[in-house]
Design a protein around this ligand. Structure first.
Ligand SMILES: [Zn+2]
Ligand SMILES: [Zn+2]
Length: 130
């Protein structure tokens, strides 16, 4: 089967994300990595493809206020910690928590569709320097 240009680009972007596994890179970091192999690829394409993968559930997109979204090619359920010091996102080897009960939808007139959980703290690398 002949791979189209788009398929090839998508695969290269996914490969770049996989090569950064555990680092939870920003789209910019993925762009920098993939442009080492495909210098002609535009920043906009990388952002668009990453968001497309996330929408389809092929990768995780972690929303982090004021420091941009991060991406993770590991989609099995796991927790994340945002380091207060270096602002990196690291995987947290924590046991599964009890499910957090969602508030009743009708209390405030809001409609709740899900929950996003991010632990805050200090990563092991920063902790060892203190
Ligand atoms: Zn840190
Ligand atoms: Zn992760």
């Amino acid at each position: 089967m002949r791979m189209g240009r788009n398929t090839h680009q998508k695969q290269s972007i996914l490969n770049a994300l996989t090569s950064l596994r555990g680092q939870h890179p920003t789209a910019e970091m993925v762009y920098e990595r993939v442009s080492q192999t495909i210098p002609s690829l535009s920043r906009a394409t990388v952002y668009r493809v990453l968001n497309g993968f996330a929408e389809h559930g092929d990768i995780l997109q972690l929303h982090i206020p004021e420091s941009g979204d991060r991406y993770d090619d590991v989609i099995s359920p796991h927790y994340h910690l945002l380091c207060n010091v270096c602002k990196r996102v690291v995987d947290l080897a924590a046991p599964r928590l009890e499910e957090i009960p969602l508030p009743q939808n009708d209390i405030s007139g809001c409609y709740i569709t899900g929950i996003e959980l991010m632990f805050l703290g200090i990563c092991s690398e920063c902790a060892s320097k203190q």
